[in-house]
Write a protein that binds this ligand. Structure first.
Ligand code: SAH
Length: 352
């Protein structure tokens, strides 16, 4: 049960499923319906502490405070984009670590991009999140709270969640799956599974395991290169899993879930953005009927990777289109607010 090990022996109540909470209540000599009440305070009313749970007796609130950790995130900083209203939040965790989350407003609703780990150990060459390695995994409650805290702060309902912030979600598998079950629970915030996207750098065994979880989420694969050689230059994980194994895992995921995979492809000038690259990419995406998201690489100061021009990105998309591949050039949100993964947390840490 490492997901509830908060280091001080108290269990983490916000990471518990409703059934677990019901067992806890019974063990405490309380009625099972108390679990439903507490669950609703935590996951629907987004209460910030036990004190707000006014339909519980004071004694029970006191007992809960003694027994459980109540995870709430504190806003350390927020940056708002002057261009598109995107907000990037930096939150403080109970142990002094920090995570960042991004709030984006679209026509179809509000989307939150959450972090799944403090730091990351995947070490992708273009990414700021992995520069200092992995600090620790996030608990389900700490992932939920990124969405809850943003809902409280903006006063607006979140309809979509993307697990695409700092961290490799499939490297924190149990906690992330539990988070997805909690946030899509009809007794909780009840976000549609179809509105959840999980992005992975391609951990093959976990992708296969995820296919068997009975979830209807969208799986996005960070591809970034269409040959093993090039991918290895950008992503150390490519030394562990070859593209053919990865494509088989994608096919399996589609077979089991009926959900089409999305390929994420960061366009890096002179590295993976030529006509030949588009052709190779089409060769991978075609058989799987994947949608391709093209993202001009977001430059980080620690690395020399640069995006090409917007026209080049559009050309690349058209080349894919000619091969029958559906692609979009992603709108770059929050360019002016350290939008790239890990940039804000890194900046805040170097300043303090
Ligand atoms: N570890 C997961 C999720 C976090 S990264 C994954 O690899 O998918 C989310 C996405 O942002 C990934 O596609 C990642 O490759 C991409 N990314 C990271 N840094 C970037 C940058 N500087 N520019 C463009 N995309 C970047």
């Amino acid at each position: 049960m490492d997901f509830v090990d908060t280091g001080n022996q108290k269990r983490d109540i916000k990471s518990m499923a409703l059934e677990e909470l019901a067992e806890e209540m019974l063990a405490m000599g309380e009625k099972a319906f108390r679990a439903k009440q507490i669950y609703e305070w935590m996951h629907v009313k987004l209460a910030e502490d036990f004190g707000q749970m006014t339909n519980l007796a004071k004694g029970l609130r006191e007992k809960c405070r003694e027994r459980y950790v109540y995870t709430c995130l504190k806003q350390v900083r927020v940056q708002e984009s002057a261009i598109d209203g995107t907000k990037k939040f930096l939150f403080g965790l109970a142990d002094g670590n920090m995570v960042e989350s991004v709030w984006m407003k679209y026509k179809h609703g509000n989307s939150v991009c959450i972090s799944s780990q403090v730091g990351c150990r995947m070490g992708c060459a273009f990414c700021a999140s992995g520069l200092d390695g992995l600090e620790r995994n996030l608990l389900p409650s700490e992932m939920l709270e990124q969405v809850y805290a943003i809902t409280r702060l903006t006063g607006e309902r979140v309809s979509h969640v993307v697990v695409m912030g700092t961290g490799e979600p499939l490297d924190n598998y149990e906690n992330v799956v539990k988070f997805i079950r909690l946030i899509t629970d009809s007794n909780g915030l009840n976000i549609s599974q179809r509105n959840i996207t999980l992005s992975t750098c391609g951990l093959v065994p976990q992708m296969r395991a995820l296919a068997g979880e009975g979830l209807q989420i969208t799986l996005a694969l960070s591809l970034h290169a269409a040959t093993d050689g090039k991918r290895r230059e950008l992503m150390p994980v490519a030394n562990k899993y070859r593209l053919d194994e990865l494509m088989e895992a994608c096919a399996y995921y589609f077979e089991r879930t009926g959900r089409r995979i999305t390929f994420e492809y960061s366009l890096i000038a002179g590295m993976n953005d030529k006509a030949g690259d588009a052709e190779e990419l089409a060769g991978l995406a075609g058989p799987l009927k994947c949608h391709v998201n093209l993202i001009p690489v977001n430059p980080i100061k620690e690395r020399a990777f640069r995006p090409g021009t917007h026209n080049e990105a559009v050309r690349f998309k058209e080349l894919l289109g000619k091969k029958g591949i559906n692609a979009t050039v992603r709108r770059e949100m929050g360019r002016d607010i350290d939008g790239a993964c890990g940039q804000l947390r890194r900046k805040a840490r170097t300043e303090t």
